[in-house]
Every structure is written in structure tokens, then in C-alpha cells.
Ligand binder design. Structure first.
Ligand code: NCD
Length: 314
């Protein structure tokens, strides 16, 4: 594996290797000194053309904990805002010797372009492209599920995962559906018909319009953010109507089996897709997802960048 572009590119074995490596690396985050020398002398560039808080910080923390040099590039305040395109930006970074490029872009397919056109020699990691994919989010979600539902070992065979809400605009939903399928889980997408993408019948999932029915058998429920910034039309009558049918409040949460967990990739619209009580409840693993994200991204960087020089096994 040279790049991480799509969750669908990961075999069962690849996925488990990343999750198992992340499990080991999670221990590092709990030490007083959170650093390993593995990527010393390597350069990781965070190339963010779209706003991001947690994903950018998470990749930065992950690279720094592995002792890499980190260059953060965000489109605002750079030549990208003067119209410099992905290609020239990438060539500039290549000239600086990037060993890995973590890219978030508003266009679906931008990381693939970067990797396949060979504008960079480094490993390309997709940190979210348009409405397409977000593979490290899917990995951290699977990692979090596995810890709660499977004691942190093996795959997710036979687990029922319900993903709810704005699937149409969500790269998280697509990456999760692909990865969870590879890991043996059974995925149900619940959304209003207007927020399911064309072609969803080709995804390895079931779809439903009935949230209550699918909660009763769920081992994990993942609420998606309603992505207003990607909506140029009205997809539902009102926020109140959306919450009533597709929001997770305490009454609905109580329909879940005892052991089930509540997830959200963040940022949340509290009161819209998830109530504040649910977000802050004992069943919510939302803060843990953020913590786990660093370990998973360390694992990805380690496996893609760490392997090929001497001295990296100290
Ligand atoms: C997601 C994203 O950017 O795709 N957030 C994230 O990476 N933590 C989901 C979202 O924006 O709703």
C-alpha cells in the first residue's frame, strides 16, 4: 500500500493491520512523554484546501508524536487563495521533500489526482475529498467500535451499525460503509429519501427511512452532521421536522440495546441531528473518537511512511 485514498482499497488484512497497529500506538498517547522516534527526519505536509479543525489537528498531533517534521498548509492565506492550483502547490511541496502529503480538498477525487499524476513522490493520504471519502475517519470509527464491541481485537463480523442522516453530502458515510463491509459488519443507512445519494443501491448496505425500527438491533449508531454548507436546495421541510424524524434524542436513544454506543464524527449540530443530552451521555463515545483518531493516523503514517529507511525501528 503506497497511498490511502479510499477505504474501499483496504483489504480485510490491511484494515486489521492498521487497527492493530493503532491499538499498540494508543498506549503512547497515555504515556507522560507522548513521542516515538519512528519518523525522525521525515516530512509530513498537511495540505488543507477546506476548513477543518479536528482532522488537521489530529494529523498534526499524529505526525509530531512520531517525531516527523510537519508543515501545515492551509489554502487561506496562501497562494491557493490567489488561484494557484493543486498541481503547482503539490510541486512546490515536492520540491521541499514531502514524504507524505495529507490532503483535504473540496473536490472529490483531488487526492487521487495528486497520487496518480505523480505530482508528489510521497505517500498521499486522503483527509476528506468533497462528498466522496474520508478513509481515516472510517478507520478511527471502526477502531472505536472494535474497542467497545469486540474488546479491541479482530473484525466487526455480524455487528449491526446504523448510520443516520445526511448521507448525500457525507464522505464519512461512504468510507464507513465500505470499510465496515470489509470488516464483516452489517450497515443500515437511515435518511430521508432526499438525503440518500443516487446509486446507493450499489453500496454494500441496507437503507431505511425508519430510524426507530433500526435502532432496536443496532450495536452502534452514527449520527451524521447535516451539511448545510453543501446544500444549495431545500432537502427537508424544516430543522424541527428533520430532528423529529431523524434526530437522536434521549427517548430514541433508550430504544438502543444496553451495550450500544452513540457516535458522531463532529462537528455536531447540537439540537439538530443529536440532542445535547445524548451527545454528553454515558453512551456517547464522541470524545473518544477524537482521541482514537490520533492513534489511527499515527498507524497510517507509520505503515505508509515509516517502513522504508534504516533506523526507523528504534
Ligand atoms: C467530517 C468531515 O469533514 O467530513 N468531519 C471530520 O472530519 N471530523 C464530517 C463533517 O464535516 O460533518
Amino acid at each position: 500500500m503506497k497511498h490511502l485514498l479510499s477505504a474501499g482499497d483496504l483489504t480485510h488484512e490491511d484494515a486489521l493491520r492498521i487497527l492493530d497497529t493503532a491499538e499498540e500506538l494508543l498506549g503512547v498517547a497515555k504515556r507522560p512523554i507522548k513521542k516515538l522516534p519512528t519518523l525522525r527526519g521525515r516530512t509530513v505536509v498537511n495540505l488543507f484546501f477546506e476548513d477543518s479543525t479536528r482532522t488537521r489537528i489530529s494529523f498534526e498531533a499524529a505526525a509530531k508524536r512520531l517525531s516527523a517534521d510537519v508543515i501545515n498548509f492551509s489554502a487561506k492565506g496562501s497562494s491557493a487563495s490567489k488561484g494557484e492550483g493543486l498541481k503547482d502547490t503539490a510541486l512546490t511541496l515536492q520540491a521541499m521533500g514531502a514524504d507524505a502529503v495529507v490532503v483535504r480538498h473540496h473536490h472529490s477525487g483531488a487526492p487521487h489526482r495528486l497520487a496518480h499524476a505523480e505530482w508528489t513522490k510521497g505517500a498521499v493520504i486522503n483527509a476528506g475529498d468533497g462528498t466522496h471519502e474520508h478513509p481515516t475517519q472510517a478507520l478511527l470509527d471502526a477502531f472505536t467500535m472494535r474497542r467497545h464491541l469486540n474488546d479491541g481485537v479482530g473484525d466487526l463480523a455480524g455487528k449491526n451499525i446504523t448510520i443516520v442522516g445526511d448521507v448525500l453530502h457525507s464522505r464519512v458515510a461512504r468510507s464507513n460503509a465500505l470499510l465496515l463491509h470489509t470488516l464483516g459488519a452489517h450497515v443500515t443507512l437511515v435518511a430521508p429519501p432526499t438525503l440518500l445519494p443516487v446509486g446507493v443501491e450499489h453500496w454494500p448496505v441496507e437503507t431505511s427511512y425508519d430510524l426507530d425500527a433500526s435502532l432496536e438491533k443496532a450495536d452502534a449508531v452514527m449520527m451524521l452532521r447535516v451539511q448545510r454548507e453543501r446544500m444549495n436546495a431545500s432537502f427537508f421541510p424544516s430543522a424541527r421536522e428533520y430532528s423529529r424524524r431523524y434526530g437522536l434524542d434521549t427517548a430514541r436513544m433508550n430504544r438502543l440495546p444496553e451495550h450500544a454506543i452513540v457516535m458522531h464524527p463532529g462537528p455536531m449540530n447540537r439540537g439538530m441531528e443529536i440532542s445535547a443530552d445524548v451527545a454528553d451521555s454515558g453512551r456517547s463515545v464522541i470524545v473518544e473518537q477524537v482521541t482514537n483518531g490520533v492513534a489511527v493516523r499515527m498507524a497510517v503514517l507509520y505503515l505508509l511512511v515509516g517502513g522504508s529507511t534504516e533506523g526507523d525501528t528504534e
